[in-house]
Ligand binder design. Structure first.
Ligand code: SF4
Ligand code: SF4
Length: 316
């Protein structure tokens, strides 16, 4: 039931994954709900299937049996978007301009080589899955809504979090902070914990690596701090070589976040390329293929220097 109207909530959201048993996205063991669609285009994004708002077909070529032995997807596609490949791998070609995401190829694929990213779910569907799949939320865990960027589906996320709180399920969000303040404000009212990305203080550089400037993001986090002083905020920075991996870049972020009265932790997250195969599945090019992940010792040195400043301000 919708709290405001007393009627059944029929709102739908596009979700691309519900990850069970996560231990990195808030207290306890959590279910992470990944919303599809993001206004940013971070070059290092490890969930490229999260970026577009529309559903997408992923093709895992090493699972595919091949068209001689199978070829069911070619016959099933009403748009003739799938054809025999002219090279050995991949075994089929998908013309994504013709595909309307009907999912018929997914249904007939015996090898699960084709996946459809992005299912429409109701608030009730999500809660059923979270409560039904495991009982981890009862043991100090809860739900964390992530993305993509959840602010693109703010209405749905608001209703989901509100309903979770009503049922005693702990709530957290992970946001880039890029979106309308009024929407973020409505969502924060139903959050017990906020993970917020601050990627770089230099707005031009931010735009070059993420596709958007940082003013809205910085402005919104200051508003979160002043309007929700009791809600803990964990700020995260992905550390990306050639973008923000110098101490100068990290120090600038640390100095900015010392103003946040609700900051409880600052986490540096080292760049990795684990998402690279997903770009191939989606028929896209991974643009950071030559970038090497930073050394563990380097990240831990940056983290210690950041913590030393934050300790002085007694946030840690
Ligand atoms: S989702 Fe539908 S239109 Fe797209 S490739 Fe598969 S069968 Fe064809
Ligand atoms: S139905 Fe699946 S296994 Fe068969 S050819 Fe198509 S993608 Fe490959």
């Amino acid at each position: 039931m919708d709290n405001d109207t007393g009627s059944v909530n029929h709102k739908l959201g596009r979700v691309f994954n519900i990850q069970k048993f996560s231990v990195h996205d808030g207290p306890g063991i959590r279910d992470v709900v990944f919303m599809k669609g993001c206004p940013l285009r971070c070059l290092w994004c490890c969930n490229p299937e999260s970026q577009n708002t529309f559903p997408e077909i992923g093709y895992i070529q090493n699972k595919c049996i091949g068209i001689q032995e199978c070829g069911y997807c070619i016959k099933a596609c009403p748009k003739k978007a799938i054809t025999n490949s002219t090279v050995e791998t991949p075994k089929i070609d998908i013309d994504r301009r013709l595909c309307d995401h009907c999912g018929k190829c997914v249904d007939v694929c015996p090898a699960r080589a084709i996946t459809l990213f992005g299912q429409m779910m109701s608030v009730e569907d999500v809660i059923k899955e979270v409560q039904g799949g495991n009982a981890s939320w009862r043991t100090g865990g809860g739900i964390t809504v992530s993305g993509g960027e959840l602010l693109l589906q703010a209405d749905f996320v608001h209703d989901l979090l509100k309903e979770c709180k009503k049922r005693g399920i702990d709530t957290a969000i992970e946001t880039s902070g890029y979106g309308d303040w009024r929407e973020l404000e409505r969502i924060c009212r139903h959050c017990n914990l906020i993970f917020y990305d601050v990627k770089c203080m230099d707005s031009d550089k931010h735009k070059a690596f993420t596709g958007v400037n940082n003013e809205v993001i910085l402005d919104n986090i200051l508003k979160v701090a002043s309007q929700f002083p009791e809600t803990p905020v964990i700020v995260r920075t992905p550390v990306i070589p050639e973008f923000n991996d110098s101490w100068k870049d990290i120090k600038a972020i640390v100095e900015f976040i010392t103003q946040l009265q609700n900051l409880t932790e600052y986490e540096l997250m080292a760049y990795h390329a684990f998402g690279e195969p997903k770009y191939r599945q989606l028929g896209r090019k991974y643009r950071l293929e030559r970038v090497k992940p930073p050394k563990k010792e380097y990240i831990s040195d940056l983290q210690q220097r950041a913590n030393a400043i934050l300790k002085k301000k007694s946030y840690k």
